[in-house]
Design a protein around this ligand. Structure first.
Ligand SMILES: Cc1cc2nc3c(=O)[nH]c(=O)nc-3n(C[C@H](O)[C@H](O)[C@H](O)COP(=O)(O)OP(=O)(O)OC[C@H]3O[C@@H](n4cnc5c(N)ncnc54)[C@H](O)[C@@H]3O)c2cc1C
Length: 485
């Protein structure tokens, strides 16, 4: 249903979207962005845009929508969010189960010190509940039971990591006094120099694999230290970040934000090209639409931003940052049962293994426990993924049965999400390699002409998490609001 304003515009100008809806001053301003003598051959910018706004936000995940909401709260009305998918939420995604509950196929947990996302949830009326963790956990890993030496080794390492991480500035980790040294080594290099037991190393390996989507053998030690500092400390990152679940599922945050800024969100609006000038930009989306904006916020992982074309090219350091940004993937599975039967057996739902298809499981039932849901991560690279869903389903259920007994085979249904196969998300998390941060990091948040950068990866606090997405969205909105005057 068009708003009265849109209806009036429609009547006045006829076909909205073919250039007729601009005011004379908007059209004149948009002309100042046209390429002039420069030839743009492959994308059609050489015409009057369909629309002119103050701010275009590209990306309707938590970060982009938070930016839109923040701009709305600042009284900015001329804002548009362009989202390539037919839904908002980006790396958060709820899916309904056939017995009336839901599973969260992307981000799902929040924890202490994540004040930005917790505060936003409070504003939006979204509740949280403790992650179910009562009872025995199953540990089938080789490092399952640590001896006193191994425990000491682990605790010493964590203490050292926390101390070193505080020496890495969250605003500009590439400027740490030891940045060059730490960015020339991997986490494994550091572990080999500072730890003596394999079992203790295995625990850090597990944390790095689950939080960075990469191995200690390839993740930069500088990036690792920054990430730990950004998440407060090692234990807060590796353990407390999973303390609470979100009522209704994590995508609810974006769904509610989108409702707050409703008319400003355009779905199925993938941006493929941006022509930028010092005073604004022309943005091509949905294959044929053109919108002009004084400011642009790009709210996505840097690697996703590399899929858009920029005219002129972005500065070399920014361009390299986007193209070479390291990405890590994850396959997430859920098995749905009539009840959380493992609870009756005194089990928490947590299972760990280094020889099953599922390497980590958890209780993902709703807050009232009315339905039983087990979640699980598989630790396989794409090429090793069993070829059919029927096979993968079987492997998932067998893993759960090895943790919680034969009843686990009787699932009502199994859900899976392989982010690697999702064309609109290049990566879930960021296992940056040695050398990357010191070479390209300074371009991470530096605006380029009218373009400002959001997305959780640009956050100094809880980088990579939903909390970081909220903070980054607010920071970018603040920058743009100030710049617009
Ligand atoms: C499996 C998994 C588990 C996770 N677990 C947790 C967790 O438990 N807790 C936690 O805090 N975080 C978790 N995360 C991370 C969390 O989901 C992200 O940090 C957060 O959702 C990122 O939000 P964002 O807005 O920065 O980016 P995104 O959610 O990636 O949003 C970017 C948006 O841009 C859109 N887009 C991309 N290209 C274009 C284009 N050309 N034109 C228009 N739109 C475009 C995308 O469709 C997307 O909607 C997890 C992520 C995954 C994938």
């Amino acid at each position: 249903m068009p708003s009265p304003l849109n209806r009036r515009r429609f009547l006045q100008f006829g076909t909205l979207g073919l250039g007729g809806a601009l005011t004379a001053s908007q059209a004149a301003w948009a002309k100042t962005l046209l390429p002039g003598t420069q030839t743009v051959t492959d994308l059609d910018f050489q015409r009057e845009p369909d629309e002119v706004v103050d701010v275009v936000i590209i990306g309707g995940g938590i970060s982009g929508l938070t930016a839109a909401y923040a701009l709305k709260q600042k009284g900015r009305k001329s804002v548009k969010v362009l989202e390539v998918r037919d839904r908002v939420g980006g790396r958060t995604l709820n899916a309904p189960t056939s017995n009336g509950s839901y599973v969260e196929l992307g981000g799902q947990w929040v924890g202490p010190t994540q004040d930005a996302v917790l505060g936003l949830m409070g504003d939006l009326g979204i509740g949280r509940f403790p992650t179910y963790n009562t009872g025995r956990q199953v540990d089938q890993t080789s490092s399952g039971s640590l001896g006193p030496l191994e425990i000491l080794d682990y605790l010493n390492a964590v203490r050292k990591i926390d101390n070193l991480s505080k020496m890495v500035p969250r605003d500009n980790p590439w400027n740490a006094a030891n940045a060059a040294q730490w960015d020339s080594m991997t986490v494994r290099d550091w572990m080999n120099q500072n730890m003596s037991t394999d079992a203790a190393k295995d625990i850090i390996e597990f944390t790095v694999q689950s939080d960075f989507g990469g191995s200690t053998r390839s993740v930069s030690f500088l990036w690792f230290l920054f990430y730990v500092h950004s998440a407060t400390n090692f234990n807060t990152m590796s353990d407390k970040a999973q303390r609470w679940r979100i009522e209704g599922g994590a995508q609810t945050i974006s769904l509610k934000l989108a409702r707050k800024v409703r008319q400003k969100v355009q779905l199925n609006a993938g941006v493929d090209g941006i022509l930028w000038r010092p005073n604004g930009a022309l943005i091509r989306y949905g294959g044929r639409h053109l919108i002009a904006a004084r400011k642009v916020i790009i709210a996505m992982m840097p690697r996703d931003a590399a899929n858009m074309r920029f005219f002129p090219h972005l500065p070399a350091q920014r361009d390299a940052l986007q193209r070479n940004w390291g990405t890590g993937q994850g396959d997430k599975y859920f098995a749905v049962y009539p009840t959380p039967f493992w609870r009756q057996q005194g089990q928490s739902g947590t299972g760990l293994s280094d020889n099953q298809f599922i390497v980590l499981s958890w209780d993902n039932s709703p807050s009232d426990g009315s339905v039983g849901i087990l979640g699980g991560f598989a630790a396989l690279e794409g090429s090793q993924r069993p070829p059919t869903f029927a096979l993968r389903r079987q492997l998932v259920l067998r893993s759960f049965a090895s943790f919680f007994g034969p009843q686990a085979m009787n699932a009502i249904e199994v859900h899976e999400k392989s982010w690697e196969l999702d064309p609109n998300t290049e990566g879930c998390v960021s296992p940056l390699e040695p050398g990357f941060l010191t070479a390209f990091g300074p371009a991470l948040r530096e605006p380029v002409g009218p373009i400002h950068w959001a997305g959780t990866e640009t956050s100094t606090v809880w980088c990579g998490y939903m909390d970081g997405a909220v903070r980054a969205g607010r920071r970018a909105a603040e920058e743009v609001d100030l710049a617009l005057g």
